[in-house]
Design a binder for this molecule. Structure first.
Ligand code: ADP
Ligand code: MG
Length: 713
């Protein structure tokens, strides 16, 4: 569990009182301490302080039982206990009680901690009960309510917002429900003074943004006296989380910029110029030119480039990669271009080879299936510097390849290429090579700022001219015959078509059968010899994959039946129709990637999403979004909203997103502000030496670092 670490990270100023073991808090003791550690990762006073309430309830507000209806969520009622009994055995053993007020009866049920609860129940006494209501056999009931002896509020008592903390069934069974946790936190707050929670955000920022002090914020977030103040406390603590994270990222980025030595690409030479003037098959888009300029600037400073290039599918990233590699060659350096799949590596290799056929440059392909003699030749060529460019799958290049003079590493379609992987590449060269990470998975700005905030980033938001927007429609499986009719018309016009089938790893066998059935079905609509079909899936041997792909690329086959192995990168401009089978089974960004395989040429393209009738609400929403827009950045935003950052692959372990309170989906404005302030601060004071930044520095030093932030280059 990462919880333990990131919890104590936020507290950080490890003054003695906050690091005191939780068993020393009045009311805890060794037994409860054990439970708190096991169940909630609360080891110290500080951990408890950072266990934030889920919500607050107004303790003076007691509802009538008859108010409970199907829409009631959490409610507090008071009444007399009229009856209780323990019934059932084994798993269905439960304690049932009845609470009666002047308006009705509420049934209370416990499945766990029965003997503990029973001890506290006395028929005829009045109780205050809080919990989530439901209906069972059309009777209002509450399962595992929080219950305590009812003490009528004193006349004129002020509204009191009591915090409700997340707890667990086990803790509740030991009498540590949300309310008991509130009592402990109350005791703890009583022990703390402002000096125990010193400020960590520089004074002028606190003033400018009118933030509560750290001490105030902690006191109020637990025990607010008004909603307004609660929101202020929340704002302050969220800002703190985001700001500290941004300062950390900016320190990494700017210190690296300042200190790192990198390969120097000082000139644009004849490789670049010859290619540009004689062989470039089209005019670059404005976005391509801009990004090239950024790369050129980055690499001409004698410092290492770490750049993330986001370009929507089809925006022409490959050409940017090639021109950068030519720049490296002009300066006497080797380049490698790494792809996530063998198919993509091959495609890049053949593509580059074709573009460079008239140039005096050696280029090699290295993947898992490269034969051993060829492999030997390539490894030798790279160490001797007779090969200029190597294209391959990353696993292979990372593991075995040694270079004489590596200057540039380009990672295609892999923004998940992590810090550790980047570090491994440095070992391949005396000076760290420049790194360009390219992705067609648009990353929402907030995610880019947090998960990838240590990289510079470029965005290619322009498609080559002449592209006609893809039309995307959803069709029910029942309409398959119609869809096939349409596909036939397109093929007869000379177009090529993809049929995509989901391949879900866990049930690979089943999906494989689906694919085979699908193939037979497609074949029955498109019989030989008029129609020719390629098929591609993960189980084929490499050379078979390659042959099938190449036949489709060359136009020998009009139809490609495939799983998502073609998801990224594949480029066949004449293919203008994609039919996605069981589209409800795909995620948003995956559908966008797949769709990116069409619309790459000058013909009008279509994407047809076939769905069964049992698609979930979310699946329908995904499909509606796909039909509504072609804009990868909009789709990425939606994806982030629908799934939350925790689910975006590859970001889970990044540490940058482990916020306790802040959310990059809901707190965008606060994140922008935090970034702006952090950047300004670090630019002015790169090593946090200024007097005003000492509290911040001290705070950050005391934070436990769970990741090697400083080891990026
Ligand atoms: P992606 O960014 O998805 O990797 P590619 O690099 O595969 O895109 O390019 C998509 C297609 O657009 C290719 O066929 C490529 O040759 C073409 N292309 C790239 N840049 C331009 C341009 N400036 N003008 C016209 N076509 C271009
Ligand atoms: Mg590409």
């Amino acid at each position: 569990m990462a919880g333990r670490n990131h919890k104590s990270r936020l507290i950080s100023n490890l003054t003695t009182i906050l690091s005191s073991p939780i068993e020393y808090l009045k009311g805890v003791g060794p037994l409860r301490a054990d439970m708190l550690k096991k169940e909630l990762n609360i080891f110290t006073f500080g951990d408890l302080l950072n266990h934030f309430p889920l919500r607050h309830i107004d303790k003076t507000k007691v509802s009538a039982i008859k108010e409970i209806n199907a829409f009631t969520d959490f409610i507090q009622v008071a009444g007399k206990l009229t009856h209780y009994e323990i019934i059932g055995a084994g798993r269905s053993r439960r304690l049932m009680a009845q609470l009666k007020d002047s308006t009705g009866v509420l049934e209370l049920t416990w499945f766990q901690g029965i003997s503990w609860v029973e001890k506290g129940l006395h028929i005829g006494s009045d109780y205050l009960v809080f919990g989530k209501t439901g209906f069972f056999n059309s009777k209002a009931q509450m399962v595992h309510p929080e219950i305590e002896v009812f003490v009528p509020a004193k006349a004129g008592a002020k509204a009191f917002l009591e915090p409700v903390y997340p707890s667990t069934e086990k803790l509740k069974a030991r009498g540590l429900n949300g309310r008991q946790l509130a009592k402990l936190t109350y005791v703890l707050m009583g022990l703390l003074q402002p000096k125990d929670l010193p400020e960590n955000i520089p004074e002028h920022i606190i003033k400018e943004l009118k933030l509560l002090s750290r001490y105030e914020a902690f006191a109020i977030i637990h025990f607010p006296t008004s909603e307004h103040l609660y929101n202020k406390a929340l704002e302050r603590l969220k800002f703190e989380e985001l700001f500290i994270a941004q300062v950390r990222l900016q320190l990494v980025r700017l210190q690296r910029n300042n200190a790192s030595k990198g390969v120097l690409f000082e000139k644009v030479g004849s490789y670049f110029n010859d290619f540009y003037n004689k062989y470039l098959p089209f005019t670059l888009t404005g976005a391509q030119k801009r990004v090239l300029k950024e790369i050129r600037n980055d690499t001409a400073r004698g410092r290492q480039m770490n750049r993330l290039l986001q370009g929507d599918v089809g925006s022409g990233k490959t050409m940017v990669a090639l021109l950068s590699m030519l720049l490296a060659a002009d300066n006497g350096y080797q380049s490698c271009l790494m792809a996530p799949t063998e198919i993509l590596a091959q495609q890049h290799y053949y593509g580059l080879k074709d573009l460079l056929k008239a140039m005096p440059l050696e280029i090699a392909l290295l993947t898992g299936s490269t034969k051993s003699a060829e492999r030997k030749r390539i490894l030798k060529g790279l160490i001797e510097d007779s090969i200029h460019f190597v294209v391959g799958t990353h696993a292979v290049i990372e593991e075995v390849v040694q270079f004489k003079n590596l200057g540039l590493v380009i990672v295609d379609e892999q923004h998940r290429f992590g810090v550790a992987q980047r570090a491994r590449l440095w070992e391949k060269a005396k000076l760290p090579p420049h790194v360009l990470v390219m992705t067609a998975t648009p990353i929402p700005r907030t995610l880019a700022m947090t998960a990838y905030g240590d990289l510079e980033y470029s965005v290619m938001d322009e498609l080559p001219p002449g592209r006609i927007p893809i039309t995307t429609v959803q069709r029910n499986e029942m309409a398959r015959a119609n869809v096939m009719g349409f596909v036939k018309e397109e093929i007869d016009k000379g177009r090529q078509v993809y049929f995509i089938y989901p391949l879900i790893e866990e049930s690979e066998k089943l999906s494989f059968e689906d694919l085979m059935q699908g193939y037979e079905q497609v074949k029955s609509f498109f019989p030989e010899p008029n129609y020719k079909i390629s098929m591609l899936h993960g189980r084929q041997p490499t050379d078979q994959k390659e042959t099938n792909m190449q036949r489709f690329v060359k136009g020998d086959t009009q139809i490609m039946v495939s799983t998502t192995v073609i998801e990224v990168g594949v480029n066949v401009p004449n293919a203008s129709v994609m039919v996605v089978e069981s589209a409800e089974k795909f995620g948003l960004s995956q559908l966008h990637q797949l769709r990116g395989r069409v619309g790459r040429g000058t013909e009008k393209s279509f994407c047809i999403l076939l769905t069964g009738s049992r698609a979930s609400k979310e699946a329908k929403e995904r499909i509606n979004i796909m039909c509504a827009t072609n804009d990868g950045f909009k789709i990425a935003e939606k994806d982030l909203e629908m799934r939350g950052p925790g689910d975006i692959e590859g970001t889970r372990q990044s540490g940058a997103l482990n916020f306790k309170l802040a959310s990059i989906v809901n707190d965008k404005a606060l994140l922008e502000m935090a970034k702006e302030k952090a950047e300004l601060l670090v630019e002015k004071d790169l090593y946090l030496e200024a007097e005003a930044n000492q509290p911040l520095r001290h705070f950050m030093q005391s934070q436990k670092m769970t990741h090697g932030w400083s080891k990026i280059s």
